[in-house]
Structure formats: C-alpha cells, structure tokens
Design a protein around this ligand. Structure first.
Ligand code: SAH
Length: 254
C-alpha cells in the first residue's frame, strides 16, 4: 500500500482539542483514532486523569500521540495561534454561530489547510455534558455529526474518528487550485480586538456595563464567524483607536 499524496503538511496543522475529559481511556482511544487518519497533535484542556495507564492501553500503539500531547488549563491557550476552530456538539445550542455538518466542516477545514500555513482546531467536549456554551462561543463554527436524532451522542473517540476521517478524505480528493488568500488573524488577535471593542464601546456609552444585554457575545460571534484577516483586524483596531482619541482616552491597549 502506498502513502496517498496529501499536499503539503496539512494534517500536521490540525489540532485535536479535548476539553475536561473524564475518562483517560477515551483520551487513549482518541489518540488511536487520530493516528489512523494521520493526525497527531493532541491538546488536552484540564484532563481529569492524565497521564494514565488506561490511556496508553486504549491508544493501542498510538502512544507517540499521547507522549507529545500538550496539557493546558484553558481553551484559549489550546487555541493559541489557530485561525479557525470547530466546536463539536451533538445537541442544538441556543447561541451557536454557524452550524456545519461534519462533512461540510471538512470542506472548510481543507480549504484553510490547503491555502495557508496556519493551524486549525477540532474541539470536543466532556463525556457528561459536552462543551459549555462559553467554550463553543470561542469556536469559529459549531459542527455536528448528523447522527440518529433519538440517540445522537457518539463516544468521544468515535466523534474524533469521524471528524479526522472526513478531513482526511476531503484533503485526498480536493485537488483543485485555489486563489491566494491574505493572512488570517489569529485567535489572540481577535481576542485583543474584542477586549479593545469592549473598552471603547463602554467608554462611548454604547455598552452599558449595568445592562450589557447580549452585545458582547453577539460581537464575539460576528468576529469569529467573519474569519477576519490580519489587515481587517488592524483596520477595526484603528477605527477604535481613533474613537479613543476623540474621547481623549489615552491608556494604550495592547
Ligand atoms: N452528553 C454530551 C455529549 C458527550 S459526547 C452532550 O450532551 O453534549 C463527547 C463529545 O463528543 C461531545 O462534547 C462532542 O464534542 C462530541 N460528539 C459526540 N456526538 C457528537 C455528534 N453527534 N456531533 C458532534 N459532536 C459529537
């Protein structure tokens, strides 16, 4: 069997992020699922038990993925440097941005991986309750595996398998040329824009901290959905800075 022609290093720019996983066996099984699809970057946000013998046992030879796994305490840390993040949820959510089926997600992800040098993340929730709405709000899109509506919750590692399989097969079949794209903004750059916007909007009186309504969550949703380029973030920050100057707000914000 020969290795497929997978253009550039696309697969190595996929991060699988598991948030608050309870069972180490699931982490091991997820590592195995990833490696069968050629994906090896695993990031664990606050795993309950890790490292663990049960994880190694379930990884069944994919221990290299576990050995290199990065452990962090918050989702923003896990997403650091990523330009796009897909949050996986079986259940419909009140405040989801754009919702993709896992196959449509693979098209979007492959498009980014083909054209750019940046990382993307696939984010999965905890076994009991899935991803929190707050975590989902940090993702660029919500992704669902269109399972049986009466029994839709896959095992965590099974969900990782489906996600990485879809991306792999899409990358293998996607052989068309793509127009050039401008550099996308990173997760941190969008976060800094968000903080800056919050401050300027508060100072201008548009955002009332006592009655914030849903302004900031909605703006966050707009920013992540837009897939902002670096230049676009600079323009928006420039507009805010000009407003700050007009309001004589001198504290610099990074
Ligand atoms: N009981 C949880 C689901 C836990 S399954 C809930 O109600 O949300 C663990 C994780 O696997 C989920 O957080 C999600 O990231 C992923 N997952 C499981 N089934 C899925 C599906 N049908 N579509 C998308 N993601 C799914």
């Amino acid at each position: 069997m020969h290795e497929f022609d997978l253009k550039n290093d696309s697969l190595s720019r996929i991060r699988v992020v598991l948030v608050n996983t309870s069972h180490p066996g699931n982490i091991g099984a997820a590592a195995r699922a990833m490696l069968t699809m050629g994906v090896s970057r695993l990031v664990l946000v606050n795993p309950k038990h890790f490292p663990a013998a049960e994880a190694v046992a379930m990884a069944s030879g994919a221990d290299s993925v576990l050995a290199q796994a990065q452990i962090v305490t918050t989702l923003p840390e896990a997403l650091s440097g990523c330009v796009w993040a897909a949050g996986f949820s079986a259940r419909p959510r009140e405040f989801a941005g754009r919702v993709f089926s896992v196959r449509d997600m693979a098209e979007v992800a492959a498009g980014i991986l083909y054209k750019r040098e940046n990382d993307i993340a696939l984010v999965f929730g905890t076994e009991m309750s899935g991803l929190s709405n707050e975590d989902l709000a940090r993702c660029s899109a919500v992704v669902t595996i269109p399972a049986n509506m009466q029994y839709s919750s896959l095992n965590l590692a099974a969900a990782v398998q489906v996600a990485t399989y879809e991306i792999r097969t899409t990358l293998l079949s996607n052989k068309v040329w793509q127009p050039p794209r401008f550099a996308p903004a990173s997760h941190e750059e969008i976060e800094r824009l968000f903080v800056h916007a919050q401050r300027t909007l508060t100072q201008s009186g548009f955002l009332n901290p006592k009655r914030p309504k849903r302004l900031m969550p909605r703006l966050r949703r707009l920013f992540v959905r837009a897939g902002l380029e670096k230049e676009e973030v600079n323009i928006l920050r420039g507009i805010l800075a000009q407003m700050d100057r007009l309001m004589k707000c001198t504290d610099d914000i990074e």
